[in-house]
Design a protein around this ligand. Structure first.
Ligand code: G6P
Length: 612
């Protein structure tokens, strides 16, 4: 989704801004632009529809020179991805430029008022309203932050903005409300702002996360922050622990492939220091709820979107099975507009890789308003969901750049297993069961490695099916959410239509689709429903469906019965989803590659969806 970078310092701004934009590319966008202010106080803006390469080509001819500037990648919401709609947007006299992430909900009303005042609009965006409003409200001789604050007082909606102006040169004003924004505090007076850490990490690892309602003022001497309602505030400086390597491809052709291959490590990282083998328990330092309160929890409501929702669904199976707590899983986007019942003793668990998904954040806030205790399972440290939940667990998976989530998903599953173990051992689970699970967790990263070693065989399979128009994914029990995730991965990156279904439900509809043209991926590792799934495979085969079965090492019943077998090592049923997911990621990746798709930035998708 849209990305913001801003720079002010002693170096040329344009190359630093472009580097920041490149690091934000993964978020998904369809146009890009840059505004740089020269030392003589002239603002130059260049923007282009399409990929960053278009903007870079435009800039290559005549790079705007200056040491303060803002840059943006836009993911279209209001208005098509054209040059006119690309950010930055400029005031009528060309003396203010602004970039914006989010949606201004009262843009229509404000636009009408501004038009009555004589303002002309050159784009279809909601953003342009804000730049004219700042211009309109800017009092003679007032500093830029006053004009920005006055404008924001009239704005409703979500925003992260950055503004520069020749009226108050060598300054950048940024503000956030509902859309992530942070400051980067560099050495030698270099200051940055960005919509995520990747934007600033090329210059500094010291970051200040802004809260909703915060305004940041960056100038030649220092930075300061104030809250629109509460006045001056001091926000802590945090150190980003991961380094640049983590957001580079490291020899892999794509981020998605790199992240698939990072899973043995990301799984080790999510478990690091959290397992006590002897006692068969998990130690989770982030769970700061008292033991007494934890024991009072009678229901868990999980909310999430996309891949994280699939992890949530697995969470339901895991927590009910291992901890015997009733769980319901909600799409965050649905929860926020229902009239949800939050009973006392309900724990609301938000799952999010980015920690910034607008719907998940809004659902979380709604749950808090209704008095729920809230927990987060989040990857991005310092993100909004991480900060707004009462307590939680970080995934420590490192930055995930590929738009289609891979390593975050398997880490989410592992985190949920740890949480289920943590609760389970306080409730129904015996020490022996706990130990078995801990031992299985410890074996898991090595088992993932053995599946990755079979990549070539899975790629060969992808060749056979890359031309298919539809795919069906079937699974039962723990494997049902994996079927959903496998189908999602395939459609996200290869644009092949795919559906995930509970294997037995197939009879109630999708079976009508099965013919000799329909590849059916069946998740059939050896678990308590294996026998049932074998029967479902028979049903598909009886209708000439082409079956790719993901099975355990030892599955003689299926030899010769299905068209293709992918084998995964054996483990306890609760952990099989991690193993069965890996081949589906590789299958989707290779199918996308063979179809010439942009694997890391699939069309229309965004990594972090910060609008409704
Ligand atoms: C977007 C991404 C998905 C992701 C979903 C939820 O749609 O493309 O990969 O699963 O958002 O994101 P979150 O950061 O909340 O996990």
């Amino acid at each position: 989704m849209c990305g913001i970078v801003a720079y002010l310092g002693h170096r040329e701004a344009a190359p630093i801004l472009l580097e920041g934009l490149r690091r934000l590319e993964y978020r998904g966008y369809d146009s890009a632009g840059i505004s740089v202010m020269s030392d003589e106080g002239v603002l130059e803006t260049i923007k282009r529809p399409g990929k960053l390469a278009e903007l870079e080509a435009a800039i290559a001819d005549s790079m705007p020179r200056g040491r303060v500037g803002i840059a943006h990648t836009r993911w279209a919401t209001h208005g098509a991805p054209t040059q006119a709609n690309a950010h930055p947007h400029t005031s009528a006299h060309g003396d203010i430029t602004l970039i914006h992430n989010g949606i201004i909900e009262n843009a229509g009303t404000l636009k009408k008022k501004l038009q009555e005042e004589g303002y002309c609009f050159s784009s279809e965006t909601d953003t342009e309203v804000v730049v004219h409003l700042i211009d309109h409200l800017w009092g003679e001789g007032a500093p830029m932050e006053d004009a920005v604050a006055a404008a924001l007082a009239q704005v409703q909606g979500a925003y992260g903005i950055a503004v520069v102006s020749t009226r108050d040169p060598y300054k950048i004003v940024v503000a956030r409300n509902g859309s992530p924004l942070l400051l980067g505090i560099g050495a030698q007076g270099e200051l940055m702002a960005g919509s995520d850490v990747a934007a600033v990490v090329g210059v500094t690892r010291d970051v200040v996360y802004l809260d909703d309602g915060d305004v940041g003022v960056l100038d030649r001497t220092a930075y300061r922050t104030f809250h629109l309602e509460r006045g001056s505030v001091r926000r802590t400086v945090h150190q980003v622990t991961w380094d640049l390597e983590a957001i580079e491809k490291g020899g892999f052709e794509h981020f998605m492939l790199k992240e698939i291959h990072e899973q043995p490590q990301s799984l080790r990282d999510v478990m690091r220091g959290r397992l006590i083998a002897d006692e068969g328990i998990a130690r989770l330092g982030g769970i700061t709820l008292s033991d007494a309160d934890l024991d009072e929890v009678e229901r868990i409501t999980i909310m999430a979107c996309g891949t994280s929702w699939h992890a949530g669904l697995l969470g339901e199976y895991l927590l009910e099975e291992l901890a015997r707590i009733p769980v319901d899983v909600q799409y965050a986007s649905e929860f926020r507009y229902k009239n949800p019942v939050i009973e006392p003793n309900t724990l609301v668990l938000a799952i999010s890789q980015s920690g910034e998904t607008a719907d998940t954040l809004a659902a979380l806030r709604e749950a808090k308003r209704r008095g729920a205790t809230t927990m987060g399972i989040v990857n991005v440290v310092g993100s909004s969901i991480a900060r707004e939940t009462d307590f939680g667990m970080y995934l420590h998976a490192g930055p995930e750049i590929g738009v289609a989530s891979t390593k975050a998903f398997t880490s989410q599953i592992a985190a949920l297993v740890l949480f289920a173990l943590y609760l389970g051992r306080r409730r129904a689970m015996s020490v022996l069961e706990g130990r078995t699970l801990v031992e299985a967790l410890e074996r898991l990263p090595g088992q993932v490695e053995t599946i990755l070693e079979q990549s070539d065989e899975i790629y060969a399979l992808a060749e056979k099916f890359a031309d298919a128009r539809n795919f069906l994914y079937l699974g039962r029990g723990y494997q049902f959410p994996v079927a959903l995730e496998g189908a999602l991965k395939l459609k996200e990156v290869s644009y092949i239509h795919a559906e995930g279904y509970p294997a037995a439900e197939m009879k109630h509809g999708p079976i009508a689709l099965i013919d000799d043209d329909m590849p059916v991926v069946v998740l059939a590792p050896r678990d308590p429903v294996y026998g049932k799934v074998v029967s479902n495979i028979e049903e598909v085969k009886a209708r000439q469906g082409r079956v790719i079965a993901v099975v355990s090492d030892d599955a003689p019943e299926l030899d010769g019965k299905v068209d293709h077998l992918i084998r995964v090592p054996q483990t306890v049923p609760a952990l099989l989803p991690v193993l069965t997911t890996i081949p589906l990621q590789l299958l989707a990746y290779q199918a996308a590659l063979l179809r010439g798709c942009d694997v890391d930035q699939p069309r229309n998708l965004a990594k972090s969806v910060t609008v409704e």
